[in-house]
Design a protein. Structure first.
Length: 134
């Protein structure tokens, strides 16, 4: 379980990431395409009913990864991206590396294993594709 960032609320089912820091312990927050962020996984449960982090770091989120999930995706993520890495678009969906975030910030989520429809894909969380980012 990861402590949740102070005064930040996370929700079961959303993607979370954490800020890379040499001095502070990793605390999760809703995933965004921002610098110094690393994808953690998808929230399965929180230690309180509100899921809002506290200063002491005692409110936590159970975060899962290493399995495939069905996710919303940008239409830019076509079948050509199957076997490639996808990146965070928001806390609920993914996109292609070339379409990611402000100023091209890329927070890798995992490998696209199937493109189900225009706005739905299957992604293997935190399994990096041999094909790399496209």
């Amino acid at each position: 379980d990861y402590p949740i960032t102070t005064a930040v609320t996370v929700v079961v089912g959303e993607f979370v990431n954490y800020v890379v820091s040499a001095t502070a312990p990793a605390r999760v927050r809703a995933a965004t395409a921002a610098t110094s962020r690393v994808f953690a996984g998808v929230v399965e449960a929180t230690s309180t009913t509100t899921g809002t982090g506290n200063t002491a770091g005692t409110v936590t989120a159970r975060v899962a990864w290493g399995h495939e999930v069905r996710v919303a995706c940008a239409t830019a993520l076509t079948t050509a991206y199957v076997t490639c890495n996808c990146v965070i678009s928001s806390n609920n969906d993914v996109t292609t590396a070339s379409a990611a975030g402000s100023a091209g910030v890329q927070v890798i989520v995992g490998e696209v294993t199937e493109k189900e429809s225009a706005n739905v894909a299957w992604v293997h969380l935190r399994k990096w594709a041999a094909a790399g980012n496209v």
